[in-house]
Write a protein that binds this ligand. Structure first.
Ligand code: ASP
Ligand code: MG
Length: 467
């Protein structure tokens, strides 16, 4: 099989872990598979790159020097832990120091000018992946295989120039990716591609948005027409609920893309939704594999997953901390434009709206927003709407949580909502707002944060997901 394997920041967090990744790569190569590896930056590196870029733009050169020292030590140590062969290690260390020098010069340049453009920010934050890929390449070669590190752009991923959140131009990309990678696969080389970064048609580096290396894996998978894309995790696979909340949570064997996207949207931060969307579009079977148990099948995500009878609900998920914003005013009746306006205001502020509900009397619109963005949303809405006569009040309430019940089997099965809300009533959980997508893939509702654990446990129990 042709398999694209993606390893996230946590799975390459130090030298030992990078070696473990290389061992997994060797195992599946020996089994006769052709592999392309996609890697993230080492854990926390992207965050610190963002931070140092910000400080540099304020002219803080001291922060730049300290950062470069720390980041180069971190990557050197990782290389020393992962690579035994002296020649390979030496070559990797030279590579790390030249990339760190480049990065230092760029950051000092930013500090000099005191300006950080979206374009230069993308160039800086992509260094995490530029630094990690050569170490993984070295670790794979250290185990006796041929490997080559490539940036996303070198691999052939071309995007538009929306820096920070670029989108791939898929027809050029698939063509180029195939041309670059197929010959390498033919001669038995394992390409190690820096996820998250790509480049414009003019060769300027872009990024695919935070968490974007999953997306890189799907893009590359589409390019080489992979048989499967595997995302490796420290967890067993996708779970019926967060195992930290529900002890009896079980691994899900099979799930559809649509269901997995609902889970991703409602807080199960396992796979980036864009990666799922892309894999679904190109009909790439997607697997979540466990680093702790590489032989287990993990969770298979596919377009056509059969719904077993009685299998109504797949998983219960929740978003821990949300704010509820209610925009109300007597004269909102029959003003569809207002709903559009409210959403536009929030979109302009880059605010992620998790749920919307509007009563049929149309007296108010209620929106759930991640708590961290609650005040910002309220301010933006007040500034734009309060003068408008239509709106009387923008009210905000914190300390809430969203629970989402997800499963394709709910579609057309009457009584699921009734059962959900009976279970809540039995457990004295008060419901503040409800939404169901017309796809009927999920029912989501808002409750008090302190009720969330009880609610998720009770639903998991009631729908017998742990059995
Ligand atoms: N390193 C990038 C980030 O932290 C991309 C990724 O990890 O997927 O957002
Ligand atoms: Mg990541």
């Amino acid at each position: 099989m042709k398999i694209v394997m993606k390893f996230g920041g946590a799975s390459i967090a130090d030298g030992d872990k990078i070696r473990r990744v290389a061992t997994i790569v060797r195992k599946f190569c020996k089994d006769g598979h052709k592999l392309v590896v996609i890697t993230s930056a080492m854990a926390s590196v992207t965050d610190s790159l963002q931070e140092v870029a910000r400080k540099a733009s304020k002219g803080d050169k001291k922060a730049v020097h300290e950062f470069i020292e720390a980041v180069s030590v971190k990557h050197r140590r990782a290389a020393e832990g992962a690579i035994m062969d002296e020649k390979i290690l030496g070559r990797t260390l030279v590579n790390i120091s030249s990339r760190c020098d480049e990065l230092k010069n760029i950051l000092l340049g930013i500090a000099h000018i005191g300006e950080l453009t979206p374009r230069s920010r993308d160039f800086v934050v992509g260094y995490g992946e530029r630094l990690s890929a050569p170490i993984l390449e070295g670790a794979i070669e250290d185990l006796g295989m041929k490997s080559k590190a490539l940036t996303g752009g070198e691999a052939g991923i071309v995007t538009d120039d929306r820096f920070g959140d670029a989108s791939p131009l898929m027809s050029v990309t698939t063509h180029q990716v195939r041309q670059t990678l197929e010959p390498m696969l033919e001669e038995g080389t394992v390409p190690v591609i820096s996820g998250f970064i790509a480049s414009t048609q003019d060769g300027v580096q872009t990024t695919l948005g935070r968490g974007g290396s999953d997306f890189s894996a799907s893009i590359i998978g589409a390019g080489i027409k992979a048989d499967e894309v595997w995302v490796w995790k420290d967890v067993d696979g996708l779970m019926t609920a967060n195992p930290k909340i529900v002890k009896s949570a079980k691994m899900i064997d099979e799930i559809s893309f649509a269901e997995a996207m609902e889970l991703a949207h409602f807080g199960a931060e396992v796979i980036h939704p864009k990666a799922l969307e892309c894999a679904s579009k190109y009909q790439l079977p997607f697997r979540v594999k466990s680093l702790k148990d590489p032989d287990s099948a993990g969770t298979m995500i596919e377009s056509k997953v059969k719904i077993k009878s009685g299998d109504v609900v797949k998983a219960i998920t929740n978003i821990g901390d949300v704010s509820l914003i209610t925009v109300s005013g007597a004269s909102m009746v029959g003003t569809p434009r207002l709903a559009a306006k409210v959403l536009q205001i929030l979109t302009d502020e880059d605010i992620d709206v998790l749920m919307i509900s509007q009563s049929s009397s149309e007296e108010s619109i209620t929106l759930a927003i991640p708590k961290a963005m609650g005040r910002k949303s309220q301010n933006a809405l007040e500034l734009s709407l309060l003068g408008s006569k239509q709106v009387r009040e923008v009210h905000i309430e914190d300390g809430l949580s969203i629970v989402a019940v997800v499963g394709a089997g709910m579609k057309g099965t009457p009584g699921v909502a009734a059962r959900v809300f009976q279970t809540m009533a039995k457990n004295s959980v008060n419901i503040r707002a409800i939404a169901q997508g017309s796809s009927e893939l999920n029912i989501s509702f808002i409750i008090k944060k302190e009720d969330a654990k009880k609610a998720v446990e009770a639903l998991h129990d009631d729908f017998k997901l742990g059995e």
